[in-house]
Design a protein around this ligand. Sequence first.
Ligand SMILES: Cc1cc2nc3c(=O)[nH]c(=O)nc-3n(C[C@H](O)[C@H](O)[C@H](O)COP(=O)(O)O)c2cc1C
Length: 177
Amino acid sequence: MKVLNLYSSATGNTDKVARRIETAVQETGHEVKTIKADKDVDLNILAYDFVFVGSGVYSWLPGKPLMELVERLREEYARSGEIRPASPRRPGKKAVVYCTFGGGHTGANEALPAVKYMGQLFDHLGYEIIDEWYLSGEFHGKLHPLSTTGRLGNILGRPNEADLQEISQKVFGIMRV
Ligand SMILES: Cc1cc2nc3c(=O)[nH]c(=O)nc-3n(C[C@H](O)[C@H](O)[C@H](O)COP(=O)(O)O)c2cc1C
């Protein structure tokens, strides 16, 4: 199985998760390509059977590099006819969509749009979204105080080793089937 591990990370939190996904997939013996989103990325999603796609959450949406990539790919696949009316399924093609988020104001509610936004590209292409993961991610920079005062409580150091071990286990579980 060819696995795509696509992500965006501005302050390093999603980087940690993506690196753990890569290692875990490799341990299951599958081929994995890890790509950090940026505007010059040349990517043929349809070459992959399984996709992990994730980002930090910024103003309720994925980070800008991933937003821009999704927008560009949506246009390209619509133009080439790969995004079809009623989005017929592509048997065997699957995706997991995830985010790391701080939830400083409305908790997981403010991460939902980011995950749904990323997932739509794959759903439009006919991939089955088999899971969505929401991981706590400490705020870095000026918003750091929100890491202890928001709706998620104290999220300093997250995602931490326990979070990452959980990700490994989920990847093992998914890849096994
Ligand atoms: C400038 C800035 C804006 C953020 N906006 C949100 C937000 O709207 N909602 C949220 O849940 N988390 C928000 N966060 C927290 C990040 O989503 C969280 O720290 C995430 O893990 C960062 O991932 P990254 O380092 O991979 O980019 C924000 C963080 C920063 C620094």
